[in-house]
Design a binder for this molecule. Structure first.
Ligand code: ATP
Ligand code: MG
Length: 233
């Protein structure tokens, strides 16, 4: 579904990503691991057209989308959950969710909202509340649900577990696990290796803007452990 070929990207004249190649098949959940400043956010933003690429190619379902603007990539079915929770605090949960559906036709938005409420009963209970009054975990669930409102084929999630309590992280895990079961394709960028390795069965380690390991299991876990010791301890 998604293929990066020797991608390079950066900010102005400062290069950040070098020669990044990876593949994500439809229905897979793939972890993108790496310490602070490794380039995880830059990579997700490059895929969704928010950071300009300088070399290489991005293919979505085999079509070259390199250099496409964000809005065009969103229309092709990519949803990006940005780092940090971007909610409209004064607006209700329901209105926050509807913001995610602007890609859909009028009548379809309500239908999609009902589907999302079936999937996230908690959000239905909270629908009239101002988003700013929700807990961090509830807000993160809402932000994920908002991204799903447009029925994306590919979900890019940037550190969704950051800043959440252990209980909220467990609840968030269940949300992602349910998405996986439903067949949503997910790329999950996380410093929290335990979270993403339990969820994903394959992943890549990014270090200083380069992929240093691509694996599915034990090797990835030990590399993530080493990364943790080297950078976070
Ligand atoms: N807007 C920007 N302008 C210039 N440089 C930036 C910008 N955003 C990030 N960088 C640089 O790009 C590099 C990669 O940052 P990035 O945010 O992609 O890493 P990350 O893996 O997401 O880190 P974190 O785990 O802290 O979120 C860093 O050296 C950072 O300083
Ligand atoms: Mg980041």
């Amino acid at each position: 579904m998604l293929e990066l070929r020797a991608l390079g990207a950066g900010y102005g004249k400062v290069p950040v990503l070098f020669d990044v190649s990876l593949r994500v098949e439809r229905g897979e959940a793939v972890a993108l691991l790496g310490s602070n400043n490794a380039g995880k956010t830059t990579l997700l933003r490059a895929i969704s057209g928010l950071v300009r690429t300088t070399s290489g190619a991005i293919l979505l379902d085999g079509a070259d989308i390199t250099g496409f603007a964000y809005e065009r990539i969103v229309r092709l079915g990519v949803a990006h959950i940005p780092e940090g929770r971007h909610v409209f605090p004064e607006m209700t949960v329901e209105d926050n969710l509807l913001v995610g559906a602007t890609r859909l036709a009028g009548g379809d938005r309500r239908r999609r909202l009902r589907e999302i409420f079936e999937q996230f009963p908690l959000l239905e209970q909270l629908r009239r509340r101002a988003a700013g009054s929700l807990s961090g975990g509830q807000q993160q669930t809402m932000v994920i649900a908002r991204a799903l409102m447009s029925r994306p084929a590919l979900l890019l999630a940037d550190e969704p577990s950051v800043g959440l309590s252990p209980v909220a992280i467990d609840a968030l895990f269940d949300v992602f696990a349910a998405l996986r079961r439903d067949g949503t394709t997910i790329v999950l960028a996380e410093q929290n290796a335990a979270f993403s390795l339990d969820l994903c069965d394959r992943g890549y380690v990014l270090q200083r803007g380069r992929i240093t390991l691509a694996d599915d299991g034990a090797q990835l876990r030990s590399a993530a452990g080493a990364l943790h010791e080297a950078y976070l301890a």
